[in-house]
Ligand binder design. Structure first.
Ligand SMILES: NC(=O)c1ccc[n+]([C@@H]2O[C@H](COP(=O)([O-])OP(=O)(O)OC[C@H]3O[C@@H](n4cnc5c(N)ncnc54)[C@H](OP(=O)(O)O)[C@@H]3O)[C@@H](O)[C@H]2O)c1
Length: 245
């Protein structure tokens, strides 16, 4: 394989839009490894959709990123096809809107493990096969920079992701590998499926553009950060002008 991209959570929402963007810019000898955890139907439909966009090889990897076992599954699946990775996108993430009083240690640990610990250890495990001048991109959140009391554990996990991304830069400077993060605000994905009109209205009043972003808008920025060869060690906001009042 020539240019190899690995993306977690690439079958839905933001990750799916990034997959499509990457495939638009890929050619026959390139490979895109798409990790997902549960929904086979979404994964198959992504594969079919991307096959219509480019001739790049799409490899689906089913691995539940709430378990450390996923790390070995992902690495072995990649090594069955290629010996290197050029772009690694750590996008999969989960949240909860349970109230603080409903929190359990298990719930807290599951979200921190899925959103922060496993992406970090995935980088550690894949480090040796990331090509020189490669690119690592973490999906953070504006919730990791501002305090959203509505999801304390999610905010804490994403603050950790953003800090980890910046802290990793020096681990890779001898090989020219860049590490960056994206921090989206409110994006129109299935995460918003149960949001009431009232909630939309409250949030839209706080966004200067008065609307949620699209996965494609996040994908545009993500692809730019992934491929621009002088972007390193930074966090890129994409929130339509949130909370500027
Ligand atoms: N939507 C927003 O407003 C927003 C805002 C800021 C940041 N973000 C961040 O953007 C990222 C993507 O969010 P999204 O809104 O696009 O979510 P989404 O539509 O729910 O997609 C999530 C993706 O992650 C995969 N995934 C979820 N749990 C997994 C697990 N345990 N193991 C492996 N894969 C798993 C899903 O596949 P399966 O369902 O098959 O497991 C799916 O491909 C997340 O990190 C999120 O924190 C989202």
């Amino acid at each position: 394989m020539n240019t190899v991209t690995v993306i977690t959570g690439g079958t839905s929402g933001i990750g799916r839009a990034i997959c499509k963007k990457v495939s638009e810019n890929s050619s026959k000898d390139d490979g895109i490894f798409v990790v997902y955890g549960h929904n086979d139907e979404m994964a198959q439909s992504l594969k079919e959709e991307v096959s219509g966009i480019s001739e790049a090889e799409i490899v689906l990897i089913k691995a539940d990123l709430s378990s450390y076992d996923a790390i070995g599954i992902i690495k072995n699946s990649i090594l069955e096809h290629t010996d290197h990775i050029n772009n690694l996108i750590l996008n999969a993430g989960i949240s909860t809107y349970a109230s603080f009083d409903e929190y359990t240690p298990e719930m807290w640990e599951n979200i921190i493990r899925t959103n922060l610990n496993i992406p970090v250890f995935l980088v550690k495990e894949l480090k040796s096969i990331i090509a020189d001048k490669g690119s690592i991109l973490f999906m953070g959140s504006h919730a990791g920079q501002a305090t959203y009391s509505s999801s304390l554990v999610y905010s804490v996990s994403k603050a950790g992701v953003l800090f980890a991304a910046r802290s990793m830069v020096k681990l890779f400077d001898d090989r020219g590998i860049r590490v960056n993060a994206i921090a989206p605000g409110f994006i129109e994905t299935r995460w918003q499926d149960n949001r009431s009109e009232e909630s939309y209205n409250i949030i839209n009043r706080k966004i200067a553009l008065h609307r949620f972003g699209t996965p494609e808008e996040v994908a545009e920025l993500s692809y730019h950060v992934l491929t621009n060869t002088y972007l390193n060690g930074s966090i890129y906001d994409v929130h339509g002008g949130y909370d500027f009042f």
